[in-house]
Design a protein around this ligand. Structure first.
Ligand SMILES: C[S@@+](CC[C@H](N)C(=O)[O-])C[C@H]1O[C@@H](n2cnc3c(N)ncnc32)[C@H](O)[C@@H]1O
Length: 417
């Protein structure tokens, strides 16, 4: 009995020690800003356990749902996002207050038809976006609902508005009728140009897209900053961190805030550069960052090539077909001048045959790429990435998982040893 007890205690202590040792606060990085997205990170064991549980529960639900019910759930899935989009379009999430709001209050404030609003809120409760306090007849936002408020720290409101905007919907409609026949991009068919040229000509949508990417990237930055550890050969945590196609600088600013002695560069298209400078200044890191205006389809600016130790390229390769994506990588390789410089691509990696629960977001995004970006835009498998890196003159990348179900770090040296 004593042996059993001692073994149990030892197992518990070992589990606790492992949890603490892999807790994001236990090791890196050296500085933790008060609003760090790392605070939301689970320890590795907790993360792995929750993924395994989600896979098992997902497979069980799939196996126990009648086929027609499963098909019906997919047929009607658009209604869920339409309900969300309608509530968003009428600022309902911003008008549900921490102390709760009645549907009558919200309807008067927003000029809506109260009985219909109430039905939308009841539907939103089943979607887990609001909670109805039956005794007070007040509605409250759930944690998921709070992410849709415009004042949420990493608000998903901009991405929801962008995805439900007319330009995106037109691209999906074009894909439904034509892309699947010809392989052309839905966005090209609907708008006659790829999304980046379109955004450059539509500043309001461009600004919304920038906010949308910040809303997606900022919560991811905790997992990236916690587990991306540059080797000492490139300066470790003080390595010069360069974000290629880095948007307004969301990831770069989080990196610099966590690594107070590091410096960084951002390369972006001219249309984005001013907003990037403003964003980096608003995050207090303008003095340690340089914003370069240019294109990753051209030669890398010489000052970047000379200074950068770690070239990060996040969620850009999937926007392009193999040939342009390889050209981007080749420009980085050719422009990089430091002997030990490394490339870190941050992308989803498709895993054919893996748990459907974990693969679903990536498969949806793969179709979103085909539909709303440029011809040939796609998510890739590890074999695809190896071939892509090879055609850019780079070795196959090594994959490092993150505490994010849909994103991995793909690292390769830029120059032969
Ligand atoms: C999906 S966003 C990713 C932004 C950022 N890396 C992130 O993950 O938050 C793709 C980015 O590529 C940029 N981009 C598109 N074409 C580019 C080009 N030719 N040169 C540099 N950046 C470009 C866009 O402006 C956009 O910010």
């Amino acid at each position: 009995m004593c042996v059993v007890k001692a073994s149990l205690v030892a197992a518990l202590v070992a589990a606790l020690a492992y949890m603490l040792a892999t807790n994001p606060f236990g090791n890196v990085p050296p500085s933790l800003p008060s609003d760090s997205a790392m605070s939301a990170l689970p320890s590795w064991p907790a993360y792995r356990a929750s993924n395994a549980l989600a896979s098992v529960l997902g497979a069980t639900a799939a196996a126990t749902t009648p086929p027609s019910a499963r098909a019906w759930a997919i047929i009607t899935a658009f209604m869920q996002s339409e309900i969300l989009a309608t509530l968003l379009a009428h600022d309902v999430f911003d008008n549900i207050f921490p102390e709760g709001s009645t549907s009558a209050q919200a309807a008067i404030e927003l000029g809506l038809h109260e009985p219909t609003l109430r039905r939308y809120l009841a539907a939103a409760e089943t979607l887990g976006l609001v909670k109805h306090g039956r005794s007070t007849d007040r509605f409250f936002l759930t944690e998921a609902g709070k992410t849709l408020r415009s004042d949420a720290p990493s608000s998903l409101r901009p991405i929801a508005l962008f995805m439900h905007g007319g330009a995106t919907k037109a691209a999906w409609r074009a894909a439904t009728s034509r892309s699947i026949v010809t392989g052309e991009s839905g966005w090209m068919l609907a708008h006659g140009q790829d999304i980046w040229h379109y955004l450059a000509e539509h500043p309001e949508e461009e600004a919304l897209f920038g906010q949308a990417m910040t809303g997606l990237t900022r919560p991811m930055s905790g997992a990236i900053v916690a587990d991306l550890k540059p080797p000492t050969s490139v300066g470790g945590r003080n390595a010069t961190f360069c974000d290629i196609g880095g948007g307004v600088g969301t990831l770069l600013s989080e990196w610099l805030r966590h690594h107070p002695h590091a410096r960084g560069f951002l390369l972006e298209q001219p249309a984005v550069v001013e907003r990037a400078k403003e964003y980096l200044a608003s995050r207090g890191v303008a003095g340690r960052s340089t914003v370069a205006s240019g294109s990753f389809f051209e030669k890398l600016p010489a000052n970047m090539g000379a200074a950068c130790d770690v070239f990060v390229i996040k969620h850009c390769l999937h926007n392009w077909a193999d040939e342009p994506a390889a050209a981007i990588l080749a420009h980085i390789r050719e422009g990089s001048k430091k002997k030990h410089a490394i490339l870190v691509a941050i992308e989803a990696v498709l895993m054919p045959g893996a748990s459907a629960v974990l693969e679903l977001p990536k498969r949806l995004m793969d179709i979103n790429m085909a539909t709303t970006v440029s011809h040939g835009a796609r998510e890739r498998t590890m074999a695809d990435f190896a071939a892509l890196f090879k055609s850019a003159g780079l070795p196959a990348p090594t994959r490092q998982t993150l505490r994010l179900p849909s994103v991995s770090l793909l690292t390769a040296p830029l120059h032969a040893a």
